[in-house]
Write a protein that binds this ligand. Structure first.
Ligand SMILES: [Ca+2]
Length: 125
């Protein structure tokens, strides 16, 4: 894995040129899940690899089977699963994409999620 050594290299990456510095900064804001629709309720920000079956609560708030909306402020696609251990039915959120409602099929059912670069669909380069 190559390391980005200075700021100018960031803007050599395809797709990054057309966003301003502030946008680039917020793009690394992590993945945000909300217990309510329309980005309401309690929010949990993660940059790692959450499995809510084992890390259900943050500051006393239950997130397992409670997620209703999501913001992906990362540069990677993230996959959301109904079951623990990244299994069961899933959907993917693209980089920068958000969902004000995950849909009736997935509402209050998500138990694990991770970036696809952490072991999902994308092959390592
Ligand atoms: Ca909910």
């Amino acid at each position: 894995m190559s390391k980005i050594n200075n700021q100018s290299n960031l803007f050599n990456i395809e797709g990054v040129q057309d966003i301003c510095y502030e946008s680039a900064a917020s793009y690394s804001g992590g993945i945000r899940v909300y217990t309510g629709a329309n980005f309401t309720g309690q929010v949990r920000t993660a940059k790692g690899v959450p499995d809510l079956s084992v890390s259900d609560r943050l500051e006393g708030v239950k997130f397992n089977n409670e997620i209703s909306s999501i913001k992906n402020d990362t540069d990677k696609p993230w996959a959301f699963y109904k079951k623990a251990g990244y299994s069961g039915e899933r959907f993917t959120l693209k980089p920068g994409q958000s969902m004000k409602f995950v849909g009736r099929r997935f509402n209050d059912t998500i138990t694990s999620y991770r970036s696809e670069a952490d072991g999902g669909g994308q092959a390592a380069s």
